[in-house]
Design a protein around this ligand. Structure first.
Ligand SMILES: [Zn+2]
Length: 463
């Protein structure tokens, strides 16, 4: 066993012990203000499991003001005297629990809500928060473009929130380990298109406004939610493999469109469905907006969001995330290589599939390009630290790890492992140790040394 794994078992035993203490006492207690993520201690909340979000949003691009009412259906996992939600900056005017007005206080990015009566463990309850203000995007110190979150554009807003910006536009348990289904209703000025997750339920004009309702029925992490608004040319259809597709492109980008986003999205969705297992969501697609300051793309669930027209390679990366990141989500942010290493490896697989370069050659090119003294090799990909969680090593060395694994266990086991992984953890959460155990099980090999070297040991591994 690798050291990192025994450390995890120790943490698990401690967690189990504290759970027993809570279970033994029936007195209601406050839910924890965080879910226990080492990188983001206050994100997510303890004491309940969010099952469904209903977001009712009204956005005015003229003033940048957002008014919202979020209703969360949740199940209490302990008897609660009070509980927290995450919300950054925006003003809260009213909170209700099961339709009755509840007291609340604000501390930093936390709303602490005290219902009139305690909530018994196991009970399902509804909390509604009415709020509003001008959402502010986040910037630094995390390496992820110059800003992210709710970003104003020339004609609306571009919304891409990894890892911690969902709570800049709706109150939530803002951590990928608490996934839920969503209904997202958006009121915007007439003539604009509002694009969100899942499938379009309805859209209609009334007076000076357009009302649009989207529904995501599959569990979704908060950071994968979007409510991107603006002028869009929309094309819908079905991929040759039978998945509904919705592609929205900002018309100002029409002439710079050297990549056929619709065709590549359809082809990659179908190809990944063969390699990684059935497509996990009800619709595929793309949101291509004109937001040059963002400088990144995000694997928004069911419709990746691109802040400009991106390359074919970027599109196949974001679509691979629908399996690796969106359906199978990280349990902790330190497991981020399970998203980025896999989506980067998918780019190598795509080049191999296109016949332009084998994954082995992509591996060698990246490996040989960086001498042993390069700082690149100092990142421990399996626990890259918060501010460097999107460092290039998480992507590239993560992908290299998968190629080394493939060459160790052979193509047959490797291409059985990928769909086994997406099937085993479909719509759930997983951590690095789960992947190592499954790789050992599927291949029948002992692989601790490989993962210890490639994920947890700084320095350039020898081949
Ligand atoms: Zn990615």
């Amino acid at each position: 066993m690798a050291l990192s794994r025994s450390a995890r078992w120790g943490a698990l035993a401690t967690a189990a012990a504290s759970f027993l203490v809570i279970a033994a006492s029936s007195a209601p207690t406050p839910g924890a203000d965080g879910i226990g993520d080492a990188y983001f201690p206050q994100l997510g909340n303890g004491g309940f499991d969010a099952r469904h979000y209903d977001l009712a949003l009204a956005y005015d691009p003229g003033t940048d003001r957002l008014d919202g009412r979020t209703t969360i259906t949740a199940r209490a996992t302990q008897s609660l005297s009070s509980f927290d939600l995450d919300l950054q900056k925006l003003e809260v005017s009213r909170v209700e629990v099961d339709g009755r007005k509840a007291q609340f206080t604000r501390t930093g990015d936390e709303i602490r809500i005290t219902p009139r009566g305690a909530i018994r463990k196991g009970r399902t309850f509804e909390v509604s928060v009415t709020y509003g203000g001008v959402p502010e995007p986040l910037s630094g110190p995390i390496v992820f473009g110059s800003a992210y979150g709710w970003m104003k554009t020339a004609d609306g807003v571009f919304v891409a929130c990894e890892p911690n910006a969902a709570s800049t536009w709706f109150p939530s348990s803002d951590h990928p380990s608490d996934k839920a289904a969503y209904d997202i209703r958006i009121k915007a000025p007439r003539g604009l298109t509002a694009v969100s997750n899942g499938r379009l339920v309805s859209t209609y004009d009334k007076g000076a406004s357009t009302y649009t309702h989207w529904r995501e029925t599959k569990p979704m992490a908060t950071y994968l939610a979007t409510a991107t608004i603006g002028k869009f040319d929309v094309r819908t259809g079905t991929t040759p493999g039978g998945t509904p597709i919705y592609v929205a492109i900002d018309p100002v980008l029409a002439n710079s469109n050297s990549v056929d986003v619709y065709a590549v999205t359809a082809a990659a969705t179908d190809y990944w469905s063969k390699v990684f297992g059935p497509y996990p969501f009800e619709e595929t697609g793309a949101i291509v907006d004109d937001m040059p300051q963002a400088g990144f793309s995000l694997e928004v669930q069911s419709k990746p969001a691109y802040s400009a027209v991106r390359s074919e390679s970027t599109i196949v990366h974001e679509l691979a995330h629908q399996w690796f990141g969106d359906s199978v989500s990280v349990a902790h942010w330190k497991d981020i290589w399970l998203n980025e290493g896999f989506a980067t490896y998918a780019q190598w697989l795509w080049a191999e599939h296109q016949g332009t370069r084998s994954a082995h050659d992509s591996f060698l090119a990246g490996y040989n390009a960086r001498p042993a003294g390069n700082a690149f090799w100092q990142t421990a990909v399996g626990d890259p630290q918060r501010d460097t969680m999107f460092a290039s090593a998480v992507y590239q060395r993560g992908a290299m790890t998968l190629q080394v694994l493939r060459e160790r266990i052979g193509d047959k086991a490797f291409f059985a492992l990928l769909p086994a992984w997406t099937r085993l953890h479909r719509y759930g959460n997983a951590e690095t140790g789960d992947f190592i155990r499954l790789a050992e099980k599927v291949s029948g090999r002992q692989l601790d040394d490989l993962f210890q070297t490639w994920l947890f040991t700084p320095g350039k591994p020898s081949l």
